[in-house]
Design a protein around this ligand. Sequence first.
Ligand code: UDP
Ligand code: MG
Length: 322
Amino acid sequence: MQLDIVIPCFNEEEVIKEIHLRVKKILEEIKGKKLIDGYNIIFVDDGSNDGTFRILEKFSQKDQSVKALSLSRNFGHQAALSAGLRFSKGDAVISMDADLQDPPELIETMLERFNEGFEIVYGVRGDREQDTFFKRTSATCFYKLMLWFGVQIIPHHAEFRLVSRQVLEAFNQYGEVNIFIRGIFPFIGFKSCKIAYKRDPRFAGKTKYPLKAMLKFGFEGITSFSVVPLRIASVVGAFVCFISLLASALGFLTYLIGNTIPGWTSTVLPIYFLGGVQLIFLGLLGEYIGKIFLEVKKRPLYIVRKVLSANNKNNKNFFDLN
Ligand code: UDP
Ligand code: MG
């Protein structure tokens, strides 16, 4: 039984040493207990512009179990994670963030669940006490909205999860460019379970998800899995039509009685309002068309510049190694 750990890193020079140390310690313990035969720690350097690559280069030469993919530029968290998952050949793979917010000590519990027959083990945040009030409330609203839009998402689960080889093979069949990984796994199915954990604060460095990136990511999640927003356009349209029919009937009635409606306001305001509503939905339609545009081009999700591994001294590329 081979276990792989996939860790995407973008400008994480301050945390790599620590995460390597803690993950390695746990994996050695698990190996000692004969729960696994071997393991790889697969780091993905997502085009970092700090010392991340140099540190990974050193680690991959010193430690046989460290493999590192260096991407040609910053492709984003989801692409970097996909690269690591696709590279893995393990019987089970655990993905986790580099900043130690996902406690490596849970790896053993995840493995126990896997051995009980669960093909996907989701790490779910037990509480969000560490978060600011804003992040806590916005996250809860986001998950509610996602579920309402019909997206099968596990609330308060990020990317800390174990998946079996079979699930990973299924995941690898998803060739979409607009990728929202945490939405794909529940969609794949298989027997799954959740384990609750307390998410620690970031060990060092800064978050790579400021508010703007978080909103973009949330919007990506909804539009990648749900067409309900488009349907809302039809519902709003039908509602506005109904109201305007009533208003027309009222106008006609007052005309028959002999009072014409004098108002400028009642004429001009709906024009502005409906103009706004139309533009919003036109924009929304544009978002989906934009996605189709990106999907049909089938551009690669990421490009691997280098594969670092102690037994890859000749610097073979990604494709030769796979
Ligand atoms: N990350 C990445 N590429 C990016 C942004 C982030 O590989 O473009 C990695 C980052 O190094 C970390 C994980 O994705 O391992 C999650 O990022 P972060 O911890 O900053 O997000 P937060 O926990 O603040 O939501
Ligand atoms: Mg983090």
